[in-house]
Ligand binder design. Sequence first.
Ligand code: ADP
Length: 311
Amino acid sequence: MIVEVKNVLKRYDELTALDHFSIDVAEGEIYGLLGPNGSGKTTAIHCMLSLLKYEKGEILLFGEPIGPTKYDLKRRIGVVPQEVSLMYELTVQENIDFFCGLYVTDKTRRQKLVENAMEFVAIQEFRKFYPNKLSGGLKRRLNIACGIAHQPELIFFDEPTVAVDPQSRNNILEGIRRLNEEGATIIYTSHYMEEVEQLCNRISIMDKGRVLITGSKEELKESVGLKDKLIVSQIDIAQDALTEIQDMVEVSSVFYEGEELTVNIDKNRAIGEVINYLDHQGMYYGKLSIKQPTLNDVFLEITGKELRQRV
Ligand code: ADP
């Protein structure tokens, strides 16, 4: 395991920000910490980086306990913080060189790494610009370049796409995928379930400082019993037909309201069976769609609350 966090308890005075928080991250994973604002994601990252003290628990990175002065371990880690943190009196290139220089002292090697990092986030043409002259999206990209220039093996991204335009957001997600393909292990926090679903191969869903559930997105959905839904719009269907659909072996339940039929299915085979049945009965309908459960549905199932509405 690259990261082992065991039962961390972190309090800010009366507030318990991490409540026996535990995760394990294996080499090569893109691991998602998904939770609403205030659920403890940033606090968890700061504890893992040894930037914050905690009351109880144990944190190992690369199999070793992490501490504020473990520079050998820190050299192997990259951090892209939530708040853009740059030196405003340095140019783009100088910023990357400065942050890279915290870990790499050899000047020639650093020059190459800085060049690579600029290329990676496609910011070369702005190399002589000061951060104040950059758009929000470019500042974010520079922030990323500063965090990854020293080619770390483990990289923490803390909500890197908040307040970013869709194009830069896609660039950032694509870049993270590339870093992972090149061998980096990634820990990614977000309250955007779509991103986490797209990007991460394993996910812990958090709320109020606790990990509620961990697994791949398929495992998370399966473990709370969520299945696909077949939705048939603009259909006029009689009760006996509804009963026949309900009685199909791989259909778990049926709802009919406002000319819309929703069939909760156990196995995908049921989709064909229902459609065949409707066609066979000569029923007319508008559109057919299949709705897959989302991580928000998982969150809702466990907490009774919406992920996106909670602030
Ligand atoms: P997230 O990253 O998921 O939004 P945080 O880790 O920032 O969550 O915050 C977790 C909880 O701890 C929140 O209730 C937040 O208000 C509180 N908190 C965070 N930082 C501090 C701090 N420095 N002092 C007191 N409370 C804090």
